[in-house]
Design a protein around this ligand. Structure first.
Ligand code: NAD
Ligand code: USQ
Length: 399
C-alpha cells in the first residue's frame, strides 16, 4: 500500500516506516523536526544517539531496502500538507505527527498553547486534505489511553452502551484526560469522529498506552537506524526512565503512592498494531476505536519489575516514592478492555521478555550519556515550570 507516515522522524514513526517499508509498502515519511527543537528547549537529548532523518533514510537504501520517501514540513501548514496529500495520493495515513508530552503541556500557558495548536490544527488539516484529495484513504490516528482517565468502571474500546430514562444508545465513552496534552487527543477524536460522520471518511483512533523499548528487527539491523530513547522528566516515559535510573544507580522515581495504573506495550507491538489497522481498514464513514496496549501495571509494580530484573544482572536498584508533580489518582480501579487488536491477530510481546531481552543492557551501554540533572521533575501540574528558567518559560510568543 501507499502509506504516509506523519511524524516519521519520531520514536515510533521511524521504526514504523522501516517496518512497513520492509514488508513491501511504499512509504513516505513527513516531519517538521519540531521534536528536535522542543528537546533543545528542555536541554534533553535521546539516550541513544540518533542520526538525522536524511541520514537514516539514505542508510536504509544503502542496506538494500526499498526507498523511503521524505517530505520535510509542518502539517499545521496547510499549503505544505495539501500538496503532500495531493501528490502522494496515500491509501493510508498513519498520524504520529503530534506533540506528545503531558509534562511539556503543563509547563506554562505557552507550552499548553503550543501543544494544543500543533495537535488540533495539524489533525484538522489532515482531515480537510483527506476530504479534498484522498477521500478513500484510511486515517490511522494515534490517540492515547489517557483520554479516558481513571473512571471507577471498566473502560470500553471507544464506545459504551448507556441506558437512560427507558432509552438506550451506544455513545462515545466519557473522557476525563489528565493534562492539556491528553486533552488535545480528546479534541482530535471529536474532530475525526465528526469528519467521518459528515464526509464519510474512514478512521481508526488507536488509544495507545505507554510504549517501552527500542529494539525492533529493523532498528537492530544497524546502529545508524536507532530510534530515540527519552529518559528526561518531560519526555521520558515511566518504564524507560526506570531502566535508565536503574542503570546509573539513581533511585527509581515512583511518583506519589505509585498505585497509578496504566496500559503498556512493547514498541514491536506498536508496529504490529499499526500494520493490522492498515491492512484491515475502517469502513467509509466509520470512526473505529481500538485500545492499544497489552498489559496493565501500576507504576509501583513496574518499579518492582525493573528492580527485580536489574538485581538479576547484579545491579543494586533502589525504589523511592517521591512527591508527585502531577495531579492524578494514586490509588484507583482500572480495567481497560483491549481485545479488538488481539481479535485481528496481534501476538503480544510481554514485559518480562523485553527486560531480559536486552533493554537494561542497552541502556547501561549508554549510561555515560545520561544527564542526571534531567531525572528529577522540574515542574508540577499546579505551578508549571519550577526550574531556574521558570519566568521566561511562562510568557513569550508561541513558536
Ligand atoms: P515523538 O515526539 O518521538 O514523535 C513525534 C514526531 O512528530 C516528531 O518527530 C515531531 O517532530 C513530529 N511532529 C510533531 N508535530 C508535527 C507537525 N506539526 N508537523 C510535522 N511533524 C510533527 O513521539 P512518539 O513517542 O513517536 O509518539 C508518536 C505519537 O504516538 C504521538 O501522537 C503520541 O501522542 C502517540 N503516543 C505515544 C506513546 C508513547 O509512549 N511514546 C503512547 C501513546 C501514544
Ligand atoms: N511516573 C512515575 N515516575 C516517573 C515518571 C512517571 O511514577 O518517573 C508516573 C506518572 O505520574 C503517571 C505514569 O507514570 O502516572 C505514566 O507517566 P508517563 O510519563 O510514562 O506517561 P504519560 O504522561 O501518560 O504519557 C505517555 C506518552 C504519551 C502517551 C501516554 C499514553 O508520553 O505520548 O499518550 O504515555 S497513556 O498514559 O496511556 O495516556
Amino acid at each position: 500500500m501507499n502509506i504516509l507516515i506523519l511524524g516519521g522522524d519520531g520514536y515510533l514513526g521511524w521504526p514504523t516506516a522501516m517496518y512497513l517499508s520492509r514488508r513491501g509498502h511504499d512509504v513516505t515519511v513527513v516531519d517538521s523536526f519540531h521534536r528536535r527543537l522542543w528537546d533543545a528547549e528542555i536541554g534533553a537529548e535521546s539516550l541513544l544517539p540518533i542520526r538525522s532523518l536524511r541520514e537514516r533514510v539514505a542508510l536504509w537504501s544503502e542496506l538494500g531496502q526499498p526507498r523511503i520517501h521524505m517530505e520535510v514540513g509542518d502539517i499545521t501548514d496547510w499549503d505544505f500538507l495539501e500538496a503532500v496529500v495531493r501528490e502522494r495520493a496515500p491509501e493510508a495515513i498513519v498520524h504520529y505527527g503530534e506533540h506528545r508530552a503531558a509534562p511539556f503541556s503543563m509547563l506554562s500557558r505557552r507550552h499548553a498553547v503550543i501543544t494544543q495548536v500543533n495537535n488540533v490544527v495539524g489533525t484538522l488539516n489532515v482531515l480537510f486534505a483527506m476530504r479534498d484529495h484522498a477521500p478513500d484513504a484510511h486515517l490511522v490516528k494515534l490517540g492515547t489511553m489517557g483520554e479516558y482517565g481513571t473512571p471507577n468502571i471498566s473502560i470500553e474500546e471507544g464506545y459504551i452502551e448507556i441506558h437512560h430514562e427507558g432509552r438506550s444508545d451506544v455513545l462515545p465513552y466519557p473522557k476525563q484526560p489528565g493534562s492539556f496534552y491528553h486533552l488535545s487527543k480528546v479534541h482530535d477524536s471529536h474532530n475525526i469522529h465528526f469528519a467521518c460522520k459528515v464526509w464519510g471518511l474512514r478512521a481508526t483512533d488507536l488509544n495507545q498506552g505507554v510504549v517501552y523499548g527500542v529494539h525492533t528487527e529493523e532498528t537492530d539491523m544497524h546502529p545508524g537506524l536507532a530510534t530515540r530513547f527519552d529518559y528526561d522528566h518531560v519526555w521520558g516515559t515511566v518504564l524507560n526512565r526506570f531502566c535508565v535510573q536503574a542503570a546509573i544507580d539513581h533511585p527509581l522515581t515512583v511518583y506519589g503512592k505509585g498505585g497509578q495504573t496504566r496500559g503498556f506495550l512493547d514498541i514491536r507491538d506498536t508496529l504490529a498494531c499499526i500494520e493490522l489497522a492498515v491492512l484491515n481498514p475502517a469502513a467509509p464513514g466509520e470512526f473505529r476505536v481500538f485500545n492499544q496496549f497489552t498489559e496493565q501495571f501500576s507504576v509501583g509494580e513496574l518499579a518492582e519489575k525493573v528492580a527485580e530484573a536489574a538485581t538479576k544482572l547484579g545491579w543494586d536498584p533502589i525504589i523511592e516514592n517521591i512527591a508527585n508533580p502531577r495531579v492524578e489518582a494514586e490509588e484507583h480501579f482500572y480495567n481497560a478492555k483491549h481485545t479488538k487488536l488481539l481479535d485481528l491477530g496481534l501476538q503480544p510481546h510481554y514485559l518480562s521478555e523485553t527486560l531480559i531481552d536486552g533493554l537494561l543492557e542497552t541502556v547501561r551501554a549508554h549510561a555515560d550519556r545520561v544527564d542526571r540533572a534531567l531525572l528529577l521533575p522540574s515542574h508540577t501540574w499546579t505551578e508549571g515550570w519550577i526550574g531556574p528558567e521558570a519566568k521566561e518559560q511562562q510568557g513569550g510568543e508561541v513558536h
